[in-house]
Design a protein around this ligand. Structure first.
Ligand code: PGA
Length: 260
């Protein structure tokens, strides 16, 4: 795993956005896997800025998001459909027909999970998957003990995850209990992954992901088995890494001459 450590969150976000942008520019027809969550909001803001300045086009890009809440229609304000429209899709030249998220309101969520897997396969798979990480080590909504070979399916969210995401719902509204999420096996088939983590609340999860023993108790550890993962961290998220000095030595100031 390539570990790039930047001084602060703004620098980490700019680094990750720069890598995404350079990849899209070099492969305009790319299939991008997208993530949601608070960490990604400034990254999408950076991509919007690049688009507004004329340096980045999404006209040929296809996207697949990691997950969506079961029971929420695309128009629901707390849905990830809404998040993506507001954070990125409504502000750039992407063809809405090429943007994909699982349908949370599908009558048969199991069939929807299978359809989603097939849609990814039909478009040739994901070239670059963006990832955040949960405090409990989840990627997508693959909560601890998720099978490391799992495919898109229904996942029950942990109480901790529901609490962390309560801010996206109005007061008194119930945070959904279930999500449709790409599996760890689905994520592992992406040709490359770019994980962004910022802030001290992610330090323990990042240390486990990068240096801990591989196991379903921390699903992000599966990424150690992936040949092309770049983790972009700020100093706070990197604080618990034992080999921090080594990562700084290999990639001074988060620099990297080759990004696959
Ligand atoms: P966050 O979520 O960016 O809101 O912390 C990340 C995640 O849970 O994957």
């Amino acid at each position: 795993m390539k570990v790039l450590i930047l001084e602060d969150a703004a620098a980490a976000v700019a680094r990750a956005a720069g890598l995404v942008s350079a990849t899209v520019i070099s492969r305009p027809e790319i299939v991008l896997g997208l993530a949601t969550g608070g960490t990604m909001l400034p990254l999408y803001a950076d991509l919007r800025r690049r688009h507004a300045e004329g340096s980045l086009s999404f006209a040929g890009v296809t996207t697949f998001n990691l997950d969506e809440y079961v029971g929420l229609a695309p128009a629901h304000p707390g849905s990830y459909h809404t998040y993506m429209r507001e954070a990125l899709f409504d502000h750039v030249d992407i063809d809405p027909a090429r943007t994909h998220l699982p349908r949370g309101d599908a009558a048969d969520p199991r069939a929807e999970a299978q359809r989603y897997e097939q849609a990814i396969t039909d478009r040739g798979g994901i070239d670059l998957q963006l990832l955040g990480i949960g405090r409990n080590g989840h990627i997508g909504f693959n909560e601890p003990t998720s099978s490391l070979g799992s495919r898109t399916r229904i996942k029950t969210l942990t109480i901790e995850t529901r609490e962390a995401n309560r801010r996206y719902f109005t007061e008194g509204e119930e945070v959904p209990r279930y999500a449709l999420s790409m599996g760890i096996g689905t994520i592992m088939e992406a040709r490359a992954c770019l994980l962004l983590a910022t802030g001290s609340t992610k330090a323990e999860a990042c240390a486990r992901m990068i240096e801990g023993a591989i196991g379903a108790a921390c699903p992000a550890t599966a990424l150690q088995m992936h040949p092309r993962v770049t983790a972009v961290l700020d100093r706070e998220a990197a604080a618990a890494l034992e080999l921090k000095d080594y990562y700084d030595h290999v990639h001074p100031e988060g620099g990297d001459t080759v990004f696959d």
